[in-house]
Design a protein around this ligand. Structure first.
Ligand code: UDP
Length: 260
């Protein structure tokens, strides 16, 4: 991710749920946490806070461990593997919390798995109170239950805290008809309905998360967080990445082959 920080425009959204996958915390192809990457995220978040938005962040853990990576292990129960994955998200949350503090962003870390020594428990009302006071709330530990992903946690938390949008930060420019790295004819959708995303099984986000958003008409925006200035553009309401909305909210032009 570039370290360039652009001036913040006013936020188009009152309360934002940002989903940061574990990939954002590491280096491509490597396991673990890259402090340079986390510092860079912290600076981007500092800029988001200048836009006047309230921000809660659900952190993933895939840079450290995903439960399914241990699926073949005969001696580790699948549920245990998923709990290990959830603990990985707490490590990313701890790193982000400190890096945010180091750049002067007031923040709190809440975990769905209780561990009072390092994080507050996730308590919906307390989370909202922090947001109302202008603190970033980092939500770690996923849902606290195994067999799902932090995408589902993001959708559930977005609903719980009454977020106006779920921003899904990725390394690609949005949702494509096919894998753009394998198929040169793949096109990027500027918009897609929840239903089409589910039917086409596009794999950007887990189906449960999309279902939750669909039921409650919560817009999802999938965008490239690694491009300098993109987060500011999304928050200002610019049409970049891919918007996932109900059919009634779709506009005419849905396919866009430009990057953004
Ligand atoms: N996980 C879980 N329950 C949850 C959230 C996450 O069991 O509510 C586990 C799951 O094993 C997952 C891992 O934690 O693979 C890390 O989360 P995720 O894969 O969503 O991280 P990301 O892909 O966003 O880096």
């Amino acid at each position: 991710m570039s370290e360039a920080v652009h001036p913040a425009a006013k936020s188009a959204y009152r309360r934002i749920l940002l989903k940061l996958s574990g990939d954002s915390f590491g280096r491509p192809g490597e396991t673990g946490i890259s402090v340079t990457s986390v510092d860079s995220i912290a600076l981007q978040i500092k800029n988001i806070m200048r836009s006047g938005a309230q921000l809660a962040i659900v952190v993933g853990g895939g840079n450290i461990l995903r439960g399914r990576a241990l699926a073949a292990s005969p001696n580790i129960n699948q549920a245990t593997a998923h709990y290990m994955g959830m603990l990985a998200t707490v490590m990313n949350g701890l790193a982000l919390h400190d890096c945010l503090e180091s750049v002067g962003v007031p923040s709190r870390l809440q975990s769905a798995i209780r561990m009072e020594g390092v994080a507050e428990p996730f308590i919906r009302r307390r989370c909202i109170r922090h947001l109302d006071k202008g603190r970033v709330v980092i939500l770690a530990g996923g849902t606290g239950s195994p067999f799902v992903t932090t995408d589902t946690a993001a959708a559930l938390r977005a609903r719980e805290i009454d977020a106006s949008v779920l921003l899904k930060a990725t390394r690609v420019d949005g949702i494509y008809s096919d894998d753009p790295e394998k198929n040169p004819h793949a096109v990027r959708y500027s918009e897609i309905s929840y239903q089409d995303m589910l039917v086409q099984n596009l794999g950007v986000m887990d189906a449960q998360a999309v279902h939750h958003c669909k039921e409650h008409n919560l817009p999802i925006i999938v965008f490239n967080f690694k491009k300098a200035g993109n987060i500011e553009r999304v928050i200002a309401g610019e049409r970049i990445g891919t918007r996932v909305v109900s059919p009634a909210q779709l506009s005419e032009a849905r396919v866009d082959t430009t990057t953004g």
